[in-house]
Design a protein around this ligand. Structure first.
Ligand code: ATP
Length: 135
């Protein structure tokens, strides 16, 4: 299967740099698959997961908000945070989930409500990618 070059960057580090056979990312209206020869594009990413196909196997990682730039020669994905399942601290994510739920329950301002919903989405996506069941 043809491959292409992918880099995944966060503000803190280079998360991935290598050849992939495919990539599936979470965009506002669903999922977007990028395979070799895809037309160039720029698209926003929402909180969710990134799936990479490397040597015939799919791997999944959590991603926060960001964007992807697909070029003729390589693809770059920028995201605020990205973690492999084994690097996700599930206790921290559960605490973030409870905090966000409590803030939503308190019915704060619209701006705060939006922020809490995004925090909730991050925590839920981390727990899903880590395959962690809530008690
Ligand atoms: P918290 O309220 O626990 O900080 P958050 O969703 O606000 O959660 P982010 O802003 O997405 O956190 O991430 C800040 C930094 O902390 C990033 O480097 C991210 O990778 C890391 N991080 C956040 N939560 C976790 C987690 N549960 N496990 C591993 N790393 C995490």
């Amino acid at each position: 299967m043809s491959t292409y070059h992918l880099r995944i960057m966060t503000p803190e580090h280079e998360f991935f740099n290598g050849e992939v056979e495919g990539l599936i990312v979470t965009v506002p209206d669903g999922e977007l698959g990028i395979f070799a020869g895809h037309l160039p594009l720029v698209a926003p990413l929402v909180v969710g997961s990134i799936r990479l196909k490397i040597d015939g196997e799919w791997k999944e990682a959590f991603n926060s908000e960001g964007f992807i730039e697909v070029g003729h020669d390589d693809t770059v994905l920028f995201t605020q945070a990205c973690e492999w399942p084994e690097d996700i601290d599930v206790v921290r994510a559960e605490e973030a989930l409870r905090r966000a739920q409590e803030k939503i329950r308190q019915r704060r301002s619209i701006a705060e409500h939006k922020g809490s919903k995004i925090s909730l989405a991050r925590a839920m996506a981390r727990l899903r990618v880590a395959n962690h069941k809530l008690k």
